[in-house]
Design a protein around this ligand. Structure first.
Ligand SMILES: [Zn+2]
Length: 68
């Protein structure tokens, strides 16, 4: 079982391209959608199970500001 335990979840800003994993380059799957909230954020999980990368993808810097 792979979790990002102990590591702060990473946040990336959305762009026009499909989100790909910054570590292995695989396509990511949307596993959570908060786009309808103020946060306008998606949770993306790398489809490469060997990698297990999970991150937030957000439209603006809401979390970046909130968590700083
Ligand atoms: Zn990956």
């Amino acid at each position: 079982m792979k979790l990002n335990a102990g590591k702060p979840i990473e946040i990336f800003l959305m762009n026009d391209q499909p989100f790909t994993c910054p570590y292995c380059g695989a396509r990511c799957l949307e596993i959570g959608n908060f786009y309808h909230t103020n946060a306008k954020a998606l949770i993306e999980e790398c489809m490469n199970t060997e990698c297990g990368f999970i991150c937030y993808e957000e439209e603006n810097e809401y979390y970046l500001k909130l968590w700083r």
